[in-house]
Design a protein around this ligand. Structure first.
Ligand SMILES: C[S@@+](CC[C@H](N)C(=O)[O-])C[C@H]1O[C@@H](n2cnc3c(N)ncnc32)[C@H](O)[C@@H]1O
Length: 296
């Protein structure tokens, strides 16, 4: 015990305290406590295990307590620590952007595989173009730009605060020169341009189904969740505007989830009546996105 009355606590002691304080509210108290402590100490979880006897300073111990209190309110851990993993990179996030979801990684896999098929070895300077509508944190846009040299991505969002985060991430991953972020309503203002691929992960939750506190979703920005009365208001406006923006043989990926995705499929089919169209499942077997491959 120090003269100020503070008894230094070890990593294992504060972790135990954190787990107990979270257990009532959170399904994964141990993992969450480790992530929060990692964030406070600037160390990874392996370090915590290897240094369970190390002592924390008083400010570190108090900071950890504060983060546990926030987590106990239901706030997503990504907003507390300020980052979220996506496709092997740590994206900076705040409460102005949706936390990028691992489910969206299947869209990125699909896009990358498709874009690679469009590369022509006879044209080494070829640059493919992708439009990412509702770019949010820039998770999809920055990942595409980082994974594939021959691509430029335009990310659009109606939230200026989200665009700031996307730009920050593009700089963080050294792809700022390959990504252009712009304020806009869906695809309006794109002009007379044609893309190799368009991806959109627009809000698709019906307004009345958006959860309330303490559900973690309720901490995410309303404009990133609210898809209108049936969840499809934005996609219904977007789809008819897409065909003129595509090159022949282009790919369109539209993210949603059951039950909304069945309606999204119909809306997409109405705008692309003669093209190849399918619903694709994610790794947990849930219908995750509508895929349109236009005719060559
Ligand atoms: C579900 S989040 C997806 C974010 C990101 N693409 C991702 O996958 O993590 C939807 C995004 O669409 C944006 N958005 C909502 N309405 C929009 C509109 N009318 N035009 C452009 N973007 C919009 C929101 O601000 C939000 O960033």
């Amino acid at each position: 015990m120090s003269s100020s009355g503070y008894r230094p606590q070890s990593v294992s002691e504060v972790l135990a305290r954190g787990i107990v304080s979270l257990a009532k509210y959170i399904e994964s108290p141990r993992t969450d406590a480790q992530l929060l402590l990692s964030s406070v100490l600037g160390r990874d979880r392996a370090w915590l295990v290897a240094h369970s006897d190390s002592f924390l300073s008083r400010p570190q111990s108090e900071r950890f307590g504060e983060l546990c209190e926030k987590r106990a309110t239901g706030m997503p851990i990504a907003y507390i620590v300020g980052t979220a993993g996506f496709y092997g990179r740590e994206f900076v996030v705040n409460d102005k952007v949706l936390v990028p979801r691992p489910e969206s990684e299947v869209l990125v896999d699909d896009l990358l595989a498709y874009l690679r098929t469009r590369l022509d070895p006879a044209f080494p300077k070829q640059l493919l173009t992708v439009l990412d509508i509702g770019t949010g944190s820039g998770a999809i846009a920055c990942t595409l730009a980082a994974e594939l040299a021959a691509v430029t991505v335009e990310g659009v969002d109606i939230s200026l605060a989200a665009l700031k985060v996307a730009e920050h991430n593009a700089r963080r991953f050294n792809v700022f020169a390959k990504c252009k972020f712009r304020f806009g309503d869906l695809a309006s203002g794109i002009g007379d341009r044609h893309f190799d691929a368009i991806v959109a992960n627009l809000p698709y939750i019906p307004t009345a189904a958006i959860p309330k506190r303490p559900d973690p979703l309720s901490f995410e920005p309303h404009e990133a969740l609210d898809g209108g009365p049936d969840g499809l208001a934005l996609y219904r406006r977007l789809l008819p505007t897409l065909p003129p923006l595509l090159k022949p043989g282009a790919l369109v990926l539209l993210e949603a989830a059951p039950p909304t995705i069945a309606g999204l499929f119909e809306i997409a089919r109405a705008s692309f009546p003669n093209d190849e169209i399918a619903v694709v499942r994610d790794l947990s077997g849930l219908e995750r996105y509508v895929r349109v491959l236009t005719a060559k």
